[in-house]
Structure formats: C-alpha cells, structure tokens
Design a binder for this molecule. Structure first.
Ligand code: PLP
Ligand code: LYS
Length: 433
C-alpha cells in the first residue's frame, strides 16, 4: 500500500489528508465523499511544467479534463499555468464558465456535433483538434457561416500498440480516433486544409492510449510521428508547427502498477524530439503533452461509510459501502485494481480478507476484490485510494443514486467544490405527464 501527497495517520489513528481528519470530513460532508489533496494536484502540475522543458523547444502542458473536471479544477489548472483539453460541449461549457483562458483550450472528439463546434468557434478557443475529413468540411462550413477563422490540429493515428487495457487503447490501427498516418490520401487531406480560407492547420495530434507503463511506447510514438512529419514535409510540402503527443502516463493504483520515472521520461521525450528533428533536418515544432490521470488520480480518495459485512455460504467476506460503481465504475468496467484502508482504524493490524461491494443492484458492483484489512464493522469509514481520475467524471446516477460531494483539502482546511446531489437533483429533468 502506498500513501500519496499529504496523506498521514494522525494521533487518533485516523487517516488524515491535507491536514484534515478524514473522519471529521465524513461528519461534515457525509459519505460517499470524494476528497482531493489540492497540494498534490498542484505538485503534479508543476512536475509536468518543470520537467517537460528543454532549451530550444517550445512546450505546452495541457491538462486532459476528462480525468476530472469541475469549476474549481479549472481554476486550479489555470493558476498552475496549464492549458486545458476538453472533449465535449459540457467540458467546454465548464471551462468557459470558470473563465479559463480561452486561447489555452483545446477541443478534441471523434464526433463533435455542429453545436459543439459552433460553441468552440464562437468562444474563440485556442485549437480544435479535427478528427476526420467530414469534420473538416463541417468546420469549414460553420466558419464561413460565422465569419470566423480557427487554428486546428489534425488528430492522427500512429498505429502504436501500447500495452494497456483494450478499452483505453486509442492508437491501434482500428481505433475510432483520427486519421491513420499510413493512409494513402493524407496529402489530399492536407491539401484541403491548405486551401481553406478559414481553417489554419498548425500541426498534428496523437495519443497512444492511457495508463501506459512502458516508457518505450512514448519514445516509439515520437519516432513514428517525426517520421510522419518528415514524410508530409517531403510528399505534401507541409511544415508542421505544432506536435501534440497526448497523455497516457500510467499511475500507481495497486501493486500490479509500476509507473515510469516521469521526470526522466519527460526529459527524454524532448531530447528525442531534438535529436530526431536535427537528424531529419526538420524545424523543431512546438511540442505539447496532455496528461490527465497522472495529474489527479493519486490526489483523490473516496470515503465511504460501511453499512455492514456479510459472510456468504460460499465463503466470501463482503464489506458493504454506501457507494460503489456509481461513483467508481472502473473496477466493473476495466477490472481495475484499487487499494483501500479503514480510515478510522489505521493503527490496527490487518485481520481478514474482504471484498468491498457497493450498494447497486448489480453483482458486478465491486470496488475492491480480495483485500486484507483490520476487522471491519458497521459505521467504519472505508477509504479507497487513487480515485482522483475517471471516477467523479465517470460517475452515474444508476439506481437513482445521487453523486457524492467533492471536497478539496489543503493546510487543514476543507473546501466544498461540488455539492452532493439531492433526490431533487435526480428528478430535475423528469416530467410527470
Ligand atoms: C486525446 C487524449 N488526450 C489525453 C488523454 C489523457 O490521458 P491520460 O488520462 O491517460 O493521461 C486522453 C485519454 O486517454 C485522450 O484521449
Ligand atoms: N476512462 C478511462 C480512461 C480513458 C482515457 C480517455 N481516452 C479510465 O478510467 O481508465
């Protein structure tokens, strides 16, 4: 088990995060509760900003907001000087409402609707990442209608087979994202951009997948992309000004995960860009990355109240908590593995093997399988660690369960950043006819 950021055990034997006793947090804000270690999120932003830098290369770190977004997150990311990647009208709307600097917003998506594109064009966001030819045509039409110009990147697929869960691979040849760098008509497509009066193609975007632990996949991505840049220069007469390499840096959730040395990898990525561009006599493009999970995952902890335990006839020892797949669908969806602790019994010895199950009417509603913990009883507080990415952002109202509140903790202060949903919120859009 690993502790992250400001997590510690206080003298009451309770888990403490950001100087706040987790048990007090549950009393003040209820359970389930997403707790975010603000200092750790800021520290992670700085690790990326400080280490993704190299003399002679312009760089940009863009936070992939799909990992975790709310107004307070936007504000924090903006304060730390990162840019923001959004993939939907909803994410863009959040960023605009938070007054995130518009020129630092990137919009992705394999099927952006006309309304989403209009919203992005009218707001004047920094870059739209065009996924395909049809989208280019739609964008051209919309820009004409709105009498606007827009800077874009083209999402390409470098065909890298990064080793991760098949659902979060994004760059195999059959991926739904982007245009293959191997497609024969790439020059035709680039020509469409070149003749456009409204759309200004600055370069390319790729993303090889998520939760990647093999450093070499990132280097392979760079090599393949630079060969592509060389090819489009020679064959299509296109000079690439910007190269966005996406995110995907893996994090520790449990002992099966072995994260790479991030600082070293970030430096090596840029060194490789420099070396290869010199070798190929290419102009060095501006290089961007888009980390999501690695900024927020380890900074999040979900606190649950234990409703009871059950020893089944088949011999399974369940702990029932008051949340589950509605606030963290990753175990059910990907077989993700998490670590958990009993937040009010941090000094007690582990006693028994448990499976932590949620309250949904679904057998697959499991948060953690086979974990050894101190003896657990009703009203204990269970903490599942590293839930800061793709938990709140993927939460649902299945079984009409309200989504939990989100609290930021720092220096002994707790700040509510998202209120707990109420039953009224659940009914908000229902109409009785
Ligand atoms: C285009 C793009 N950029 C960035 C990310 C962020 O990935 P991660 O959270 O693994 O860093 C993703 C998600 O996989 C993505 O699809
Ligand atoms: N939702 C995935 C990551 C998706 C990455 C987005 N392309 C996860 O929880 O691991």
């Amino acid at each position: 088990m690993r502790f992250f950021g400001t997590m510690e055990i206080n003298n009451k034997g309770n888990l403490q995060i950001g100087g706040c006793d987790s048990i007090n947090l549950t009393k003040e804000f209820g359970t389930p509760l997403y707790v975010v270690d603000e200092e750790l999120v800021r520290g992670n932003c700085r690790t990326f900003k400080n280490n993704f830098s190299l003399e002679g290369i312009e760089t940009e770190v863009i936070y992939a907001s799909k990992a975790f977004l709310n107004l307070a997150v936007c504000k924090l990311i903006s304060e730390e000087g990162l840019s923001l990647d959004v993939v939907s009208g909803g994410e863009l709307y959040t960023a605009l409402k938070a007054e995130f600097p518009v020129n630092k917003i990137y919009m992705h998506g394999n099927n952006k609707t006309a309304n989403e594109l209009i919203m992005a064009i009218q707001a004047g966001i920094g870059r739209i990442v065009v996924d395909n030819k049809q989208e280019l045509e739609l964008l051209e039409y919309l820009c004409e209608e709105l009498d606007k110009e827009i800077d874009v990147l083209l999402r390409v697929n470098p065909g890298i087979d990064a080793h991760t869960h098949e659902y979060i691979q994004t760059s195999k040849n059959d991926s739904k994202f982007g245009v293959s760098i191997f497609s024969d008509d790439i020059c035709c497509l680039l020509e469409k951009f070149q003749i456009s009066r409204r759309i200004n193609l600055k370069g390319f975007h790729c993303h090889i997948g998520s939760q990647i632990f093999e450093e070499k996949s990132f280097y392979q991505g760079i090599s393949v992309m630079l060969e592509f840049l060389d090819r489009v220069k020679k064959e299509c007469d296109f000079i690439t000004e910007e190269l966005n390499l996406g995110g995907g840096f893996g994090v520790y959730y449990s002992k099966v995960d072995t994260p790479i040395d991030l600082k070293k990898c970030l430096k090596n990525m840029l060194l490789l860009v420099k070396e290869k561009t010199m070798e190929m006599r290419l102009t060095i493009p501006k290089v961007m990355i888009e980390p999501g999970r690695s900024i927020t995952a380890n900074a999040g902890t979900t606190l649950y109240e234990v409703g009871g335990t059950k020893n089944t006839y088949g011999g399974k020892n369940y702990i029932f908590v008051d949340g589950g797949m509605t606030d963290n669908p990753r175990t059910a969806l990907y077989g993700a593995k998490y670590e958990a602790i009993v937040a009010n019994k941090m000094k007690l010895e582990n006693k028994a093997m448990y499976t932590i199950a949620g309250k949904c009417c679904e057998s697959g509603d499991i948060l953690v399988k086979d974990i050894v913990l101190p003896e657990v009883e009703r009203n204990d507080v269970l903490a599942v660690l590293s839930t800061g990415a793709y938990n709140y952002s993927m939460a649902s109202n299945y079984n009409r369960i309200p989504r939990p509140a989100v609290v930021f903790v720092k220096d002994g202060q707790a700040r509510l950043t998202v209120k707990r949903e109420t039953y009224e919120d659940i009914l908000r859009n229902d109409l009785l006819i």
